[in-house]
Design a protein around this ligand. Structure first.
Ligand code: SF4
Ligand code: SF4
Length: 380
């Protein structure tokens, strides 16, 4: 694990071209509640002018609640502390939000208004029909439909669980907005940018060597139709199946995950467009970091030791700092799914998923979302 090196000042010496990222480490120096992460999180929030940001305003907290039996999402205690400070700052109202389909089941995992101190509401309204259209015109992605309860709010707190992601390498602040604050229709349009593998059934002899060669569980045999099927979320575009096929029946099409990452950067830009910059805060929780996203409906064991919480008004800086903190991590025993093998690559998630997560950082920079040049300030 890369050691995060932080100064202890309060923004001293931050250059104009540098973003400040606050860092509350998970490691504790003393065995007492005041030294634990939730208490540090409260002190981290205290470093921001929440009154100037939230007083008299409608505040949306965007989280990802996961599904079914997942348990590695942001623990409710952190949301409760966040809601308390936003209320104390004089917000007109505060609510927590995620996809309309996801919030109904979240009660079973402890995300209730009683626990959190604020209601959990569907981000696009009860019928997923409350959204705003934004034209983007990138390849097949013609528009992004930004969910209404986010766009109609005055203040956005983007609270994300940092983890791996099969389609783009990692999931955190960028993905929590790009995939989490758009309609189901736009999520599908974004995934469509991934391109894929071309399969020629005429050349295929049904030997299934491609399925055996895939150590990501992405190549599956469709028994009903007697043909190969690719599950792209799992696919790392490693081309093992391409190489394993003795008859050239599989070929790589396009450049796969990179247009998808670019689409995520564009969707994030559209979500943030309607907010004044001083009314947005991004918080990444680097605990129970898993190989895959929380939307699977279950959780795998932690991949690396807990790091802590990182926060910044700059979305690029907070995601870059989160990636840097986990770049050299070695998987904890038992944390990798069966048959998964590490390969080459700079970041741990690239060695797992075959997708360089730092490309996402550069693409966010290119569309003007912030800077990957950051200065870390530790909060104890
Ligand atoms: S490219 Fe790699 S991960 Fe994707 S289906 Fe083929 S073998 Fe599996
Ligand atoms: S390896 Fe090639 S020929 Fe064999 S099942 Fe897969 S696609 Fe068909």
């Amino acid at each position: 694990m890369t050691q995060l090196v932080a100064s202890r000042g309060r923004g001293r010496g931050v250059r104009a071209d540098q973003a400040e990222v606050l860092f509350a480490p998970a490691a504790i120096q003393r065995l007492e509640a005041k030294a634990s992460l939730p208490a540090k999180f409260e002190r981290l929030l205290g470093r921001y002018d929440l009154k100037g940001m939230c007083a008299g305003k409608v505040v949306a907290i965007k989280i990802h609640v996961g599904g079914e039996l997942s348990f590695t999402t942001v623990p409710p205690v952190f949301l409760r502390l966040l809601v308390r400070q936003i209320k104390a700052a004089g917000a007109q109202s505060v609510f927590i939000t995620d996809g309309t389909g996801a919030v109904a089941g979240a009660v079973a995992r402890g995300y209730t208004a009683e626990v959190l101190g604020a209601p959990l509401v569907g981000s696009a309204g009860v019928h997923e029909k409350f959204y705003f259209r934004h034209k983007v015109n990138y390849r097949s992605l013609k528009e992004v439909q930004v969910v209404g309860n986010i766009e109609a709010a005055d203040v956005l707190i983007n609270l994300s669980h940092f983890k791996g992601h099969g389609a783009c390498g990692y999931g955190a602040a960028c993905k929590n907005l790009a995939m989490g604050c758009v309609t189901q229709h736009s999520r599908g349009a974004l995934h469509k940018l991934e391109g894929g593998l071309a399969y020629d059934p005429q050349r295929c002899t049904h030997c299934r060597k491609c399925v055996e060669a895939c150590n990501h569980g992405a190549a599956k045999w469709n028994e009903a139709e007697n043909r190969l099927e690719i599950f792209y979320h799992h696919c790392s575009y490693c081309q093992h199946c391409v190489m394993a096929c003795p008859h050239g029946a599989i070929q790589l099409q396009g450049d796969g995950f990179i247009p998808f990452q670019h689409g995520l950067a564009l969707a994030t830009r559209e979500v943030l467009k309607t907010f004044e910059p001083q009314r947005v805060l991004h918080i990444n929780v680097l605990m129970q970091i898993t190989v895959y996203c929380d939307c699977w409906g279950f959780s795998t064991p932690a991949l690396v030791p807990d790091v802590g919480i990182l926060a910044s008004p700059d979305i690029v800086a907070v995601d870059k700092a989160s990636l840097d903190a986990t770049c050299d991590g070695q998987p904890l025993p038992g944390s990798l799914p069966p048959r998964m093998e590490l390969r080459g690559g700079k970041h741990l998630f690239e060695r797992i998923h075959g997708k360089d997560p730092y490309i996402q950082i550069r693409q966010m920079e290119e569309v003007g979302l912030g800077t990957g040049n950051y200065r870390l300030v530790q909060v104890n």
